[in-house]
Design a protein around this ligand. Structure first.
Ligand SMILES: Nc1nc2c(ncn2[C@@H]2O[C@H](COP(=O)(O)OP(=O)(O)O)[C@@H](O)[C@H]2O)c(=O)[nH]1
Ligand SMILES: [Mg+2]
Length: 354
């Protein structure tokens, strides 16, 4: 999964990036792009690691992208943001960071601190960018339709879909709002439209607000969370054993990293299955609703092609039984077929022949 931090300049995107990835985003606040890979914390893996004592523990990972702020204040800022669009379009979810914190040293965007207005403006910009892309596409298809080709039927279907996108965007609605079928979702995801992506609103609040619920729920977002990016970034830089006490002082039960990752998994609709063995204990992320063959192909296409059975046990059952032998004795290990829908926390051993 890839997530991109977007928002107006100086809203705390790079600070949140630092809190989540443990890496400095950029030496110039508000400038440049930065990418980091974050390991997804998963307690289940550690328990399995102790049980199997393999050579390696491999967590699932998330790619985090920090980009320049989007801004209408100057043409140069606008151009900077536009330059990052191709990268942002590759994300699976957008994390919109807006400012609600007070500071006498950090100038606020548009000379006012208004998180809602910033979110509205950001979405208006995303809609505008998508509309531009849709209009380009429509122009290309219409041109193609004037030429004698064999793919007219497909082009006409695509044109109809693009016209629906255009209508939604012109009515200030995201493209995600017109998706009716899985097939449409698949087709549309190929275009990498920004308003097709799930959006998570992060309201960057003062330290003394960090423990409180978000000041408002933003209707266009899959989730709205409030956090104090600066303090979280400072805590993330402490030695691990000191972090808990500082988080407690802040009044939060888990670091921003864990919370944000969980919310993003939910928003994108991902679940993790686990594999175990002497070599490695590993977490794999797949779309919720994926079947056993799709899960197998995540590991290797050969395993999917030669799929026989998925020997499956729920992590909680394995944990309760103590080990695989105990889980088998308790009748908790199932032999699942190709169409089995993989559940979060399934520990799977794929049987296959090549
Ligand atoms: N007081 C306060 N300042 C913050 C907070 N988050 C970020 N800042 C400051 O705001 C400035 C801009 O932050 P930065 O993360 O670079 O913003 P970006 O342009 O969105 O990447 C920096 O000076 C940060 O130290 C916060 O939660 N509270
Ligand atoms: Mg920045």
């Amino acid at each position: 999964m890839k997530i991109a931090f977007v928002g107006p300049p100086l809203s705390g995107k790079s600070t949140l990036f630092r809190a989540v990835t443990g890496q400095a985003a950029s030496s110039h606040p508000g400038l440049g792009e930065h990418m980091a890979v974050v390991k997804v914390p998963d307690q289940r893996l550690h328990w399995l690691f102790n049980l199997y004592k393999p050579k390696k523990l491999v967590e699932a990972t998330i790619d985090c992208l920090d980009v320049p702020g989007f801004s209408h204040e100057t043409a140069q800022q606008q151009a900077e943001f536009r330059k990052s669009l191709p990268h942002i379009r590759q994300a699976d979810a957008l994390v919109a960071v807006v400012r609600a914190f007070e500071s006498s040293t950090v100038p606020p965007y548009r000379d006012r601190v208004d998180a809602r207005a910033d979110l509205d403006e950001l979405v208006a910009e995303l809609i505008f960018c998508d509309l531009e892309a849709v209009m380009n596409r429509i122009e290309k298809i219409e041109k193609a339709l004037t030429k004698p080709t064999k793919s007219h039927e497909q082009e006409k279907r695509e044109l109809a879909l693009m016209k629906r996108c255009q209508e939604a965007l012109e009515n200030e609605k995201p493209i995600s709002s017109i998706i009716e079928t899985d097939e449409e979702r698949k087709t549309l995801s190929g275009y990498q439209f920004l308003t097709e992506l799930p959006l998570i609103a992060v309201i960057n609040v003062n330290e003394n607000q960090a423990a409180k619920p978000a000041p408002f729920e933003w209707p266009q977002a899959k989730a709205t969370i409030a956090l104090c990016a600066e303090t979280e970034a400072e805590i993330a830089e402490l030695p691990p054993e000191d972090r808990k006490a500082f988080l407690e002082d802040l009044g939060v039960s888990e670091p921003a990293k864990d919370r944000l990752i969980r919310v993003c998994y939910d928003a994108v609709g991902l679940v993790s299955f686990l594999t175990v063995g002497d070599d490695e204990v590993r977490a794999w992320s797949i779309k919720k609703g994926s079947d056993a063959v799709e899960a197998a192909s995540k590991i290797h296409t050969d395993i999917a092609r030669g799929f026989i059975r998925a020997e499956t046990v729920a992590y909680n059952d394995l944990h309760a039984a103590g080990d695989m032998k105990g889980a088998k004795a308790a009748g908790k290990v199932r032999l699942e077929g190709k169409t089995y829908i993989v559940q979060d926390g399934d520990v799977i051993n794929f049987r296959f022949n090549v």
